[in-house]
Write a protein of this length. Structure first.
Length: 468
């Protein structure tokens, strides 16, 4: 660009603001303001602010409540009398099994197996619920928690605990008052393997023995639990009063005085200073109801993971037809095979690959994924592909085909024919889906056949002409 043109361009840039009514001055350009300089005092303040922020972040992190702390707080709430959320008004129903919308685990979806479920058997553990010599053991005031901790000497079986049970004794017997109006906690304990040591798996929270329906008639009371899973060997226990007891028979374990109610998710040791064992023979009217695991029976269907996976044969390279290369002839064929050798004798029609001889006879058996071609680095591989699928009507695929997908239904000629006869078109039954006509339409060139195929290699260095 010449100097004259450059001056003209500058002049244009200067004149344009004048045309817009802007005011220009000939003052010298204003230099950009220098950034403010920070002195030592400013730098120290930034450091102090950052340190203060870091301390506050650390304090906030320390105040965060962990899941362990939540669990411990919940356990203390139960110990203090809160009711466990798993406690229900009535005993919960059997757990049953979730509906299976897609067959059953380890079974194929077709044909579906017949699954029968027998609900687990309900059992009662503990002692008989009946009147006993005392309506409470070592009671304190009505409605208060007595320092009495009892472990029922009967192991649970595997299943779901659905309710604790006690006997609401109408008469006081040798106690100062009957059962009604008194409170206790119910527990599930699990032996740890150490002598007399248990883990407290479940604490019901504070339970109240209700008023009797008839003041002079004893009755059983059920305290429902929402299907709490228990294992074989677990024990039930209670802490408090209102549970009738005989003191001349039985093997239930009494810890007295036990100053505090057990805490859920902690361990306790019977015979320790906290839970001293009082040598005695005792039987308490206390128990629980259990439901065993559901029993499932499966008939019919096809079970998965039974037969061993077939080995994929390795193809044999032809190294003489094209020296320096591995050459293979691969054919696509239709064949039948037993897919489930264990129980079902019928065969399934398949389409798969097989290695071919020079005269196009097969080498070995066809397979869905084989044969495997083992390539060597820096050695070319040549594949001659032969489509040996049946032709004519026999070449139509034995599975339903979505002929609305481009290339699977009508040919360009078929589209022209359809447009020329709009009254014969049924949108719900595409022309090439009509099995009665399809063979003729394929023969006339109006529908694509179902025996076309092309191979394609992924991950190789393949010239475009051979890329499928």
């Amino acid at each position: 660009m010449s100097n004259h043109k450059r001056l003209a361009l500058v002049a244009s840039l200067v004149v344009l603001p004048l045309a817009w009514g802007a005011t220009l001055t000939s003052a010298a350009p204003i230099a950009p303001a220098a950034p403010p300089q920070q002195g030592p005092a400013d730098v120290n303040k930034i450091k102090e602010d950052y340190k203060d922020k870091a301390e506050k972040t650390k304090e906030a992190k320390a105040k965060e409540i962990t899941q362990k702390q939540r669990d411990e707080a919940a356990a203390r709430a139960l110990q203090d009398g809160a009711l466990n959320p798993l406690m229900t008004v009535t005993a919960a129903a059997a757990p049953g099994d979730a509906p299976r919308y897609f067959s059953h685990p380890n079974y194929a979806n077709s044909p579906l197996p017949e699954v029968g479920i027998v609900a687990g058997e309900q059992t009662v553990v503990g002692n008989p619920l009946e009147d006993r010599a005392y309506a409470s053991d070592y009671p304190v005031g009505v409605g208060e928690l007595a320092p009495v901790f009892v472990v029922v000497d009967q192991a649970l079986t595997e299943g779901f605990l659905t309710a604790f049970q006690s006997w609401n004794q109408a008469t006081a017997g040798g106690s100062p008052f009957p059962s009604a109006g008194n409170v206790f906690h119910a527990y599930v304990l699990r032996p740890t393997g150490n002598a007399n040591e248990y883990t407290v798996l479940f604490d019901s929270g504070q339970l109240l023995v209700p008023a009797l329906a008839a003041a002079d008639t004893s009755e059983s009371v059920s305290y429902g639990v929402a299907n709490f899973a228990v294992a074989a060997g677990d024990r039930i226990a209670f802490y408090g009063q209102g549970i009738p007891v005989d003191t001349d028979v039985g093997s239930d374990i009494l810890s007295y005085p036990a100053p505090t109610a057990p805490l859920q998710d902690t361990n306790l040791t019977l015979g320790s200073a906290e839970y001293p064992v009082l040598p005695s023979t005792r039987t308490y009217s206390f128990g629980a109801t259990l439901i065993g695991p559901d029993q499932t029976s499966i008939t019919g269907g096809i079970k998965k993971f039974v037969d061993e996976l077939p080995e994929i044969p390795a193809a044999t390279p032809d190294t003489t037809s094209y020296p320096g290369s591995d050459f293979y002839r691969i054919g696509l064929v239709e064949y039948s095979q037993r897919m489930y050798a264990s129980d079902i004798p019928t065969t399934t029609t398949l389409r798969g690959y097989v290695q071919l001889n020079a005269d196009l006879t097969t080498m070995g058996e066809p397979s869905y994924l084989g044969p495997a071609i083992v390539a060597q680095k820096d050695k070319p591989v040549r594949i001659e592909f032969h489509n040996l699928l049946p032709t004519g009507a026999e070449g139509n695929l034995f599975l339903p085909v979505d002929t609305t997908v481009m290339g699977s239904g009508m040919t360009p000629e078929g589209h022209e024919m359809m447009e020329s006869m709009p009254d014969l078109v049924d949108p719900q039954v595409p022309m090439c889906n009509d099995l009665a006509m399809k063979s003729n339409l394929v023969a006339s060139g109006d529908c694509y056949s179902d025996n076309r195929a092309i191979i394609h290699l992924h991950g190789g260095i393949t010239p475009w002409i051979s890329d499928g």
